[in-house]
Design a protein around this ligand. Sequence first.
Ligand SMILES: Cc1ncc(COP(=O)(O)O)c(C=O)c1O
Ligand SMILES: NCC(=O)CCC(=O)O
Length: 430
Amino acid sequence: MNISESKRLFSEAQNYIPGGVNSPVRAFKAVGGDPLFIKRANGAFLYDENDNEYIEMINSWGPMILGHNHPLIREAVIKAMESGTSFGAPTAKEVQIAELITSMVPSVEKVRMVNSGTEATMSAIRLARGYTGRDKFIKMEGHYHGHGDSFLISAGSGAMTMGNPDSPGVTKGTARDTLLAPYNDLEAIRNLVEANKGEIAALILEPVPGNMGLCIPKDGYLEGLREICTQEGIILIFDEVMTGFRLSKGGAQELFGVTPDMTTLGKIIGGGLPVGAYGGKKEIMDFVSPSGPVYQAGTLSGNPIAMSAGMAILNELNENSEIYKELDEIGSKVAEGIKKINSDLGFDYTVNQLGSMYSLFFSSKEVNNFDDAKKADVGLFGQYFQAMLHRGIYLAPSQFESLFLSKALSTDLIDKILTSHEESVKEIHS
Ligand SMILES: Cc1ncc(COP(=O)(O)O)c(C=O)c1O
Ligand SMILES: NCC(=O)CCC(=O)O
């Protein structure tokens, strides 16, 4: 495979951009080799600067659920561009998208648009603190909520991949108010709540975490969290930046039938443009400025181009109810195929899958939380990643990520993924 252009660009990039990338997860630090520089993408495929073609398994870390360069989104963006790119004043599109989001996501009665998932979670925690008058909040070990200071403690995703789950630069004072708990363990939450009675503003979690590799909530876990939070006056926040509009049109909360007080959204909501949002109960959301005292703002928030892309993708997901059935089938075919190949070859690696998200852990133990995930063999993952890449399959370059499949994956492409998987597993064990 000739990747000379990517190599040249990466070498040049390192002179001007820290580590040569604008987000750490894009570097291939944990898997070796140089990151690919992407020139274009279409449907199920990415093309690098040397015109090599790859089947997409990350899809821009989630947003491209319909596949790349989808005509509905492309046309909406082009049309919006003709009327100007930003006004810094209210628009009809913001009203339309807010109405649509509140109709799709069960917990969201009012919503504020921001520019990223990070902004959404930072704003949600500030609001929960302002609303309750309490300072502390509970975060799960290995969950990732963007790069806000108070979340970079036992953080998953790139923070973990790069070996910095507790980032320098976060003050001790900030870290003190972030209480940590293991995922999937209700007893740990009860103990934490008891030890900090009346002091906890919020409990935030990825209801189906993808940032330590994909884990699935145990039966009754989300319901249990809901009960504890209601009893203790703690605001339950589902961070659905990954799972929102992906696991169902109403996200994990709709799939599991558990309604949080607040929800944070990102990724799919912008159809590939930079958008995030936070929303929830009216009385909580009305505590945000200018209707309430908690300040949060944004020059480009609700940007008309981004809102048009968001409307295009959300309308399609809302109106075409077959999409989630198709995505579930795609996810199951890939995950079941991988499990069967592994078992035929005599390997009992763990595969966690839900809908169009999955992770293959190089561990024979069940993976239900951060400690389980850390037992996976990251060296073997790195070899597998490279073997797949050389066969034209583009995976997330870390064991501690979920993969995101798109509707553009045809049966032929799934067969190609599975054949490549079989060859790759054989190769790394030869
Ligand atoms: C669950 C979750 N929350 C928040 C974020 C932060 O979003 P962004 O990268 O858009 O800031 C991410 C991903 O990055 C995420 O997966
Ligand atoms: N799990 C990691 C992400 O989803 C975010 C990608 C990024 O930080 O660039």
